[in-house]
Design a protein around this ligand. Structure first.
Ligand SMILES: [Cu+2]
Length: 254
């Protein structure tokens, strides 16, 4: 092997080492972040959290590779004097195999991500919606700057607290009296814009018991700037057992 090739191998091994060390640090941080995820409180949130996690693992690997190559090259191939600054002939040409590999990899990764978690995840979310035989219907009315909830089948109307049972899919029927708002319970993973003159649906299957008092991730929060009172446009949430929900419906208290 000639000296130039030898040097290239050395550089390549160095970069691989940088990548491994960078990955170890980055992926450890990600793992720590996942263990401290605020609250995954619905079937749907599990799906979106898994997708986010998968993309984060991947993003760290690519970021460390690209960032590592730049920093590593800048240090290893630094010109130490003015005479060294003459660019060698072979560095003025594009190395076709590299460009082709890079393009194919980039296209491949993007395509793969479109399929998983993209299409697979959407399919899972839609399947829950399609498979639900008798969802609990909750009418949600947004207005500047408050939320009101009604349960048409239970005969509960205009309550300011959202009470839902655990483990049952809920069909939130979203309407607004004025401007655009956005229905969002952070722990449930999904959110949906509420648009004037439209009736929109969001299907959620809560899996975590709790309330706003014990975990602020369980609250309704408007997620679309809608005027002065927007940051305070929230409503308390209570996720209870099916039995407790029944009691609440008949007594309007627990
Ligand atoms: Cu708002």
């Amino acid at each position: 092997m000639n000296a130039a090739k030898e040097n290239l191998w050395k550089a390549f091994r160095g970069l691989v080492l940088v990548w491994i060390v960078g990955m170890a640090i980055g992926e450890t941080l990600i793992a720590w972040g996942i263990n401290n995820w605020p609250l995954v409180g619905s079937v749907q949130a599990r799906i979106t959290a898994d997708a986010t996690t998968y993309l984060m693992w991947q993003a760290v690997a690519i970021y460390v590779l690209v960032g590592g190559a730049i920093v590593y090259s800048a240090m290893r191939f630094r010109a130490s004097s003015a005479s060294d600054a003459v660019i060698p002939e072979n560095q003025k040409r594009t190395w076709a195999p590299f460009v082709v590999t890079w393009l194919v990899l980039a296209i491949g990764i993007n395509l793969a991500n479109t399929i998983y978690p993209g299409m697979v995840g959407l399919e899972q979310l839609w399947a829950i919606q399609m498979d639900t035989k008798s969802p609990l219907v909750v009418d949600v009315t947004a207005q500047q700057w408050k939320w009101t909830f009604s349960y048409p089948k239970q005969g509960v109307t205009d309550v300011s607290q959202l009470v839902v049972p655990e483990g049952r899919t809920i069909d939130f029927v979203l309407r607004t009296k004025d401007v655009m708002h956005d229905f969002w319970v952070p722990a449930w993973g999904e959110k949906k814009d509420v648009i004037p003159n439209e009736v929109r649906h969001l299907f959620i299957t809560p899996t975590a018991l709790g309330s706003t008092a014990t975990n602020p991730m369980l609250r309704v929060q408007c997620a679309m700037i809608c005027g002065n009172g927007h940051p305070l446009m929230r409503a308390p949430v209570k996720v209870v057992t099916a039995a407790k929900f029944k009691t609440w419906v008949s007594n309007n208290s627990f």
